[in-house]
Design a binder for this molecule. Structure first.
Ligand code: GAP
Length: 489
């Protein structure tokens, strides 16, 4: 069996910690799991809520953005108007021998540079200064335009199956729509009853644009934001929470006048970058990648990417969607979604700059970013360096020993802290072990009741990252911690 690489090993450690400590479980684990679906355990759900809360505050506490919670099931025409019925598909191929299924672009993205070069040579393409990624994009693009090229490359034995290694086994590329279909009502074969699980939250915002504008009395420019589940029948789910079939998105559509869209695109790019940074993402692990190939609706687009153990991957897309979506919904619904320009007295359809972040993918990025192993006094310590606002448990309270009234004082303090933050009481094992258990779940503060507490009512507060301890009077513990937990917004 092939040895796993250091980056795979790192990811395996993070997945194992996530399971052992109750962040993430495999969906339906006792039945063998369900591919591409995950469950958030007690600590995971707290952390995910904190992440969504940080985003929600950053969006809705500016004054020019309103919140929305639209339903997951929408009128089927929504997805015709949005282009998803026609365009939201990936070309995929199957290996006839081992039955593995691949997305065509993934096949080339994971191919060696040498193999890609032999393909471009056979296609008589000039690629002297091309990087490996550019070679893969070039070949994928050519196949998208003419899929008979794929068959000819297979015949020339230039595309072996990455799983079984055999050549000439791939089927021709077939288009595979990523939307999950379901039915409303009892009659499954009635085509009118077909509905889709939404593949993005954005469309719920577009169709409610005028409802929100009128009811909230906002004026252009303004935004609508929403957090919610989206579903995509991804062909390949891999890398833990990175690409799943059910996931949560945090999306915001900013409605503006044509002409101001480029400036808003730049503004939102910067605002969103700064948000990830404000929650502790280091500059060195983030990058902005402009899209070379634009989606059918976009005038400009780019991704904020995070460096996962397996390489850089998108955590948020920023898109200038122009007036594409509102115009299409007007066409398909027959209802006007135009607004009145008070200066020119004319009606117009607003442009939209969209920020589309993954809550689930962002959650994974913060887990990966926070995970660290270090040696302290000759012992290994695993620490999850989460921003205190994201940490699932904010404070742990320990009695140093289980006697002299220390457990009673500690549990009373913990009960008091519990009213304003997620806290945890622990009196089992050596205090060093208790610190380690809190370090690996990212608890920023541990408070210990010791013999000094009995005489002068002070406690120690130990900070997770520096492991420094300060003595604070018991009456000031809540204030001390609250000051350090405040939202990054
Ligand atoms: N409304 C635009 C839109 O949905 P997207 O780039 O397809 O754009 C936005 O998705 C974000 O949603 C991505 O940056 C990613 O964080 C998250 N996302 C998309 N597909 C995902 C999947 N299969 N699993 C987990 N997260 C996903």
């Amino acid at each position: 069996m092939a040895q796993s690489t250091p980056s795979q090993q790192l990811l395996e450690k993070i997945v194992s910690l996530a399971k052992r400590r109750g962040f993430i479980f495999q969906s339906s684990e006792i039945y063998g799991g369900l591919n591409g679906c995950w469950d958030y355990g007690p600590l995971g759900v707290e952390m995910l809520r904190n992440l969504k809360d940080a985003w929600w505050r950053a969006m809705t506490q500016r004054g020019d953005i309103e919140g929305l919670d639209a339903s997951i099931l929408m009128h089927p025409k929504v997805w015709e108007a949005s282009g998803h019925v026609q365009n939201f598909s990936d070309p995929m191929v199957d290996c006839r021998e081992c039955k593995s299924r691949y997305r065509v672009d993934h096949l080339f993205a994971e191919m060696s540079e040498k193999k890609l070069k032999s393909i471009t040579k056979s296609l008589v393409l000039e690629t002297r200064d091309f990087t490996k990624d550019q070679l893969a994009e070039l070949v994928t693009g050519m196949i998208e335009q003419n899929d008979s090229i794929f068959g000819s490359l297979v015949e020339q034995e230039l595309i072996p199956c990455p799983n079984c290694g055999r050549t000439k086994t791939f089927t021709v590329p077939r288009s595979f729509n990523l939307m999950f279909e379901t039915h409303i009502g009892p009659v499954k074969d009635d085509s009118n009853a077909v509905v889709y699980l939404r593949p993005e939250t954005a469309q719920g915002i577009f169709v409610n644009f005028l409802n929100v504008m009128q009811s909230s009395r906002q004026k252009i420019p303004f935004g609508i934001c929403q957090i919610g589940k989206s579903f995509r029948n991804e062909i390949n789910t891999k890398n833990f929470l990175f690409r799943t079939r059910e996931f949560e998105q945090m999306e915001m559509q900013f409605f503006c006048k044509a002409g101001s869209d480029d400036a808003f695109f730049e503004q939102w790019r910067e605002t969103r970058w700064n948000w990830w940074r404000s929650l502790g993402m280091p500059e060195s692990k983030l990058r902005f990648r402009p899209h070379e190939k634009l989606a059918h609706y976009a005038k400009a687009a780019g991704d904020i990417e995070f460096e996962f153990p397996f390489g850089f991957g998108e955590i948020e897309g920023i898109h200038n969607r122009t007036d594409f979506d509102l115009t299409r919904h007007q066409e398909f619904s027959g209802k006007s979604l135009q607004v009145h320009d008070e200066e020119t007295k004319e009606k117009y359809t607003p442009y939209v700059v969209e920020t589309a972040a993954g809550a689930s993918r962002g959650f994974m990025a913060f887990l990966c970013n926070g995970y660290e192993e270090e040696t302290v006094n000759g012992e290994q310590r695993v620490v999850l360096r989460l921003h205190p606002f994201l940490a699932p448990v904010k404070v742990a309270v320990f009695p140093l020993v289980n006697k002299d009234g220390m457990p009673e004082i500690a549990s009373e303090l913990e009960r008091d802290l519990r009213k304003s933050m997620k806290s945890f009481y622990d009196d089992s094992g050596a205090v060093g072990r208790r610190y380690r258990r809190m370090d690996e779940i990212g608890t920023p503060f541990c408070v210990t009741i010791d013999s000094d507490t009995l005489t002068n009512q002070t406690v120690t507060i130990r900070e997770r990252d520096s492991m420094q301890q300060v003595r604070v009077s018991m009456g000031h513990v809540k204030e001390y911690i609250n000051e350090r937990l405040s939202s990054p917004v």
